[in-house]
Design a protein around this ligand. Structure first.
Ligand SMILES: [Ca+2]
Ligand SMILES: [Ca+2]
Ligand SMILES: [Ca+2]
Ligand SMILES: [Ca+2]
Length: 431
């Protein structure tokens, strides 16, 4: 195992973005990077590069996030603090136990001039709130984003949270139709303190595959998620988890705002949306045929292709990108391998070895969380090689295999990533 190979290579990739547009599925020049033999296995200080390279929400998007909407913002009108909502109503006697109004009314316009849409009934899996009234978002985008003020209802999307704290909680369900690949930035905020919002995207329905899940930092009241989504129907679930015993889970006022950023143009060699990811490395291009070669990568029946399906040779190095988001759980490595998360979705690459060769393989999610890769036979009916169950630290798989066709399955490791986008690194060496 060469501990620094992946971190060094990925660090370089992230620093020299333009030179790492590669991946055998893309058909780009520069897919195959020759590595000097002297570089193999050396500790070259790559960890520093790796640290720099850990990705988060792109800088370009942070500026657009409505991060200045804490509770108490002038735009957020709490029910109890709104005696003027109905000018003709009798004054509220604060000394009595007057219940708050059923819905927030007469809210002021947001900073961007867009009036929040007030939804009195909470969205559920059966009747989600239709974002933009059900109109497809993209290529045309709503001006200034879309803001919703609503209240939590009972959990209808399953009992366990996908991420974040567990325990009693309420939720609001939205349905979003995308007509183009977009970055979707969803900000969720409880209008009262002591709740942690958890935001989840699922494909098509509440029982669809997980796309992304994120929760506020400990005790944080606002959760922001920027996620790349391909065209289609998506379910966004906002859960509010009480931070104290005895707080209500249903009927809690919550603000949810959707903003949309254009996706990358996948074949022009430029970073069009200023997130440092060029063309096929940009998550909004993960589903583009130019980058996938027309393959789904879902199973061994239609895998992505290392080296465009041609036999590989010693010293070849491949940088692939993809996401487990929205994918299906087709393969499990089994108890003899490094532990995976039960039911975790996976993606598949095919590699052809013309002779006995050594492979070094590793996968890491964009947030730095280690993923795992295991090698399967041509039909994906048996695991040929995987990391042992007691691996810790940097999980690089190093294996020498006889000539043949194999599949590399990228799957979740024991740790939960914040982003399901990942880098797959493959280095081919003499046995
Ligand atoms: Ca980009
Ligand atoms: Ca581009
Ligand atoms: Ca799969
Ligand atoms: Ca799996």
């Amino acid at each position: 195992m060469t501990r620094t190979r992946l971190s060094h290579a990925l660090g370089l990739c992230l620093v020299l973005v333009a030179g790492c547009g590669g991946g055998s599925t893309k058909g780009n020049l520069g897919d195959v990077l020759e590595v000097p033999a002297t570089d193999v296995g050396q500790d070259s200080g790559g960890e520093d590069l790796w640290e720099e390279g850990v990705r988060d929400v792109p800088d370009g998007f942070e500026e657009t996030l409505p991060g200045d909407l804490p509770a108490g913002d002038a735009d957020v009108v709490l029910p109890d603090a709104e005696p003027d909502a109905e000018p003709d109503a009798p004054p509220v006697d604060v000394a009595t136990d007057t219940p708050p109004p059923d819905s927030v009314e007469d809210v002021s316009a947001d900073a961007d001039g867009v009036e929040p849409e007030v939804i009195e009934a909470s969205g559920s899996c059966a009747t989600p709130i239709e974002v933009w009234g059900g109109k497809a978002v993209g290529p045309e985008l709503p001006p200034g984003g879309l803001d919703y003020e609503t209240r939590t209802g009972a959990v209808t999307s399953g009992s366990d949270p996908w991420c974040g704290p567990s325990g009693a909680q309420g939720e609001v369900v939205f349905r979003l139709v995308l007509g183009a690949p977009l970055y979707v930035i969803l900000t969720a905020l409880a209008q009262v303190p002591d709740y942690t919002p958890v935001v989840t995207f699922l494909k098509e329905s509440c029982s669809g595959s997980l796309m992304e899940c994120t929760a506020a930092e400990a005790n944080g009241g606002t959760t922001e998620m920027a996620t790349a989504l391909p065209p289609g129907t998506w379910i966004a679930i906002v859960r509010l988890v009480p931070l104290q015993e005895g707080l209500p889970t249903e009927g809690v006022a919550v603000d949810a705002s959707f903003e949309f950023e254009a996706g990358e143009i996948c074949d022009n060699g430029e970073d069009d949306n200023a997130d440092w990811d060029v063309d096929c490395d940009d998550p909004t291009c993960f589903w583009d045929p130019y980058c996938t070669g027309g393959h789904s990568g879902e199973t061994c029946a239609d895998p992505f292709l290392i080296n465009n399906g041609a036999p590989v040779a010693p010293s070849q190095e491949f940088f692939e990108v993809g996401t487990l988001g929205g994918r299906i759980d087709d393969y499990q490595p089994g108890a003899a391998c490094w532990p995976s998360v039960a039911g975790s979705s996976d993606a598949v690459w095919r590699i052809v070895l013309p002779a006995e060769l050594t492979l070094e393989v590793a996968a890491a999610f964009y947030d730095g969380t280690n993923g795992q890769v295991y090698v399967m036979d041509p039909a994906c009916s048996a695991v040929v090689s995987c990391l042992s169950p007691d691996v810790a630290g940097d999980p690089n798989l190093l294996v020498t295999l006889p000539a043949g066709t194999y599949h590399l399955v990228v799957d979740r490791g024991p740790d939960t990533p914040q982003s399901l986008a990942f880098d797959l690194y493959v280095f081919v060496d003499e046995p």
